[in-house]
Design a protein around this ligand. Sequence first.
Ligand SMILES: NC(=O)C[C@H](N)C(=O)O
Length: 324
Amino acid sequence: MQRILILHTGGTIAMAENESGALTPSTANPLMAYNNLFQGKYDLTVEEAFNLPSPHMTPTEMLQLKDRIVAAEKDGIDGVVITHGTDTLEETAYFLDLTLPPLIPVVITGAMRSSDEIGSDGLYNLTSALKTAASPSARGKGVLVVMNDEVHSARFVTKTHTTNVATFRTPTFGPIGIMEKDGAKFFQELTNQSLCKIDHVIDQVYLLKAYAGMDGTLFAALDRPETNGLVIEGTGAGNLPPQTLPAIEKLLARHIPIVLVSRCFNGVAEPVYGYEGGGQQLAKMGLIFCQGLNGQKARIKLLVALSSGKTGTELATYMRDAIS
Ligand SMILES: NC(=O)C[C@H](N)C(=O)O
């Protein structure tokens, strides 16, 4: 029997409606009621790591999950399932993907409907995640997100719908597997992911989104000694309004690493355009183009890289290529 560790962290999967109809965390996690259902199928250890709505998650809790999984692997656990709120699920999943060796399956799931709602998807997703975590074919694939009968790589998956149960999508690349009755079936290989070892997290790594008419105000607000890094979601292939450039130059002069991704849902950022604020000028200024990641994931990657002590060329090389 496979030894599986379930780590509950909260989210809608663990919430219920209160008297006024608002969704709130339940004091007794409703998922604990299902432990008996799975005993006999798996050798289960179930822990309530946190009971947080996922907008309350921070890199500190992500690091605690990473440390717990490393310890569990040393104890001989065969796979890990994490239940998580869906709002920031992709960030925790990618943090773990970057910082854990891709050995035992680590599968994250959640729900779009609360535990007491008609058609609640929590128990079904938890069952799918358990099947995946117990499957030898899920080993070595990095951290996986299993929701609504699909298996996604943590690196690219993103929440795309506020309420629909089919919310998690992998733009540009698609899911890497689907759920069948007996377990996950994979049809895409994971490309390499180099492990980044960290034992602490730094923050003050910021994320700004570009828009038509943007000026330097928000960038100027980051011009302070505490700022460790910045990710910008640029327009299109990776361009910025020219009025932002003087304030960005000041941040670069302070040696604050600035990573550029695209605010587009599909595709990668590349220095293509030669006009003022175009990608070619941004690359010459020293902005690091990061391919394939959305803004929130690039922020996690930059935060992890800085926490591991990467600087200069090493940092830029690490940030540039998320795909291979
Ligand atoms: N479906 C969910 O879990 C959303 C919830 N707001 C959370 O992320 O905690």
